[in-house]
Design a protein around this ligand. Sequence first.
Ligand code: SF4
Length: 278
Amino acid sequence: MKEVIVADPTGFCFGVKRAIDGITQALAEEDDVWSIGMPIHNAQEVARLSAMGLKVAEGVEDIPNGARVLIRAHGESRAVLRELQDRGARVVDMTCPFVRRAQDHADRLSAEGFDVVLLGDARHPEIRAIMGCVDGPLEVVADVQDAEKLSRRRRMALISQTTQQEECLIAVAAALVKKAEELYVCNTVCRATVERQDAVRGLAGKVDGVLVVGGRDSANTARLRDIAVANGMDVLWIDNIDEMNGGWLEGKNQIGIVAGASTPQWLITEVCSKIARM
Ligand code: SF4
C-alpha cells in the first residue's frame, strides 16, 4: 500500500455534530437524558454516548414522565412531539435545520392543496418524521419506477429525503411532470450530502479501491457506497474496525476512505491507523 486518500469532506456533518453537542451538553447538566431511537446511525458512537449516561428508548411510550429528551437530527412527527408534551418531557430539539426545511415545505404545500410525494426510504426515521408533519394526501417513492406507478393528480409537490442523490430527484421530477397538471419540486437534498457525494466521485480514477466507513442503516453511507460502485470502484463497506479485511487491501496501491455523515472522526482515524499497521 503506497497511499491512503481520505475524501474531503467526509464523516460527521453539521447536523450530526450539532445533535451530539446537544447530547453532550445535556449529559453534563443531568444524569438521565433520553433519545427515541438511536440518536445517530453509528453503533460505536451511540455506545460511547450511552457510557456517558444516554438512554435510548425504542418508542415514545418508554419515556418516563418529566424526562429530558433529545430529538435527533432526523426530527420527529407531530404525534410524537404531542405525546412528549403530554408526558411533561423537557425536550431538547436537535432536528437538523435542513430536515426542518423539508418538514416545513411538506406541511405548507400540503396545506396549499398539493398531494405530497416524498422521495426516500419509507422506513427511515427522517421520512417518517416528514410524513408525520403532513395532514393531506402523501405518497413515498423510493425511485423512478415507484414514481411512474403513481396515478395522475392535479397538483403534486415533490420533496426529497436530505440524503438522496440529486440525480435521482431530477429523474423522479421528470417522471412526475407527466403525472400532474401542476408540479412543485423542492430540492431538499442537503449541501453536506452533495459535498460528500462529490468527494466520492472525485476519487474515481485515482484509487484502486474505496473503503466506505459507516453504519449499515445509515442512508447517506449507503448512497456513498452506491456512487462508488456506479463509478466502477472496488468497494469494501465496513461498519466497524473489526470488519477491516486484509485480503481486500492486497494488490492495491492507492485506496480512498469515505465515511457517512454519522461516522465519527475517531473511527476514521482508527481505520487509517489499522491500515498503516496492516
Ligand atoms: S446529512 Fe444534512 S440534513 Fe442530515 S443531519 Fe447532516 S446536515 Fe442535516
